[in-house]
Design a binder for this molecule. Structure first.
Ligand code: DQA
Length: 145
């Protein structure tokens, strides 16, 4: 079972980006933790990050074509990208698991973060648990696949 862990814009800056909100772990730390959790669960985990909407959509298409499950932190795309949403819809329609993850809890933050255009097509959402949320998401994929 393969799981793509996809991270959207500005998440490559983890560690230096608003550490009060997102913590001190870098993306590399997060990737390592995901790979370790994946190995424990018998999942093949690949972690990627992009600031580019087109690249993100291509990765989601690739997951559908390859039959990979997806753990997605869409970052700011969450709040406005119908194109990312439509790509995500193909994942769940294909019977694959797609879990939306946020490090912070957007519901406690600015009003523009309260809307997720992705949630409605996700299998489920985990928010507010920092890096642990990604590990929980991988466990949820393992339990469902
Ligand atoms: C985020 C929350 C989003 O509102 C924000 O745009 C991000 C990160 C999170 O992981 O908490 O970039 O997805």
């Amino acid at each position: 079972t393969t799981v793509l862990v996809l991270n959207g814009p500005n998440l490559g800056r983890l560690g230096v980006r608003e550490p009060d909100v997102y913590g001190h772990d870098t993306l590399a730390d997060l990737a390592k933790a995901c790979e370790e959790q994946g190995a424990e669960l018998g999942l093949e985990v690949e972690v990627r990050q992009t600031d580019d909407e087109s690249e993100m959509i291509g990765w989601v298409h690739g997951a559908v074509d390859a039959g990979s499950h997806v753990v997605l932190n869409p970052a700011a795309f969450t709040h406005y990208s119908y194109a990312v949403r439509d790509a995500c819809a193909m994942v769940t329609k294909a019977g694959l698991v797609l879990i939306e993850v946020h490090l912070s809890n957007p519901a406690t933050r600015e009003v523009f973060r309260h809307t997720s255009v992705v949630s409605g097509v996700a299998t489920g959402t985990i928010a507010g648990f920092g890096r642990e949320g990604y590990l929980l998401a991988l466990r949820a994929v393992a339990a469902r696949s």
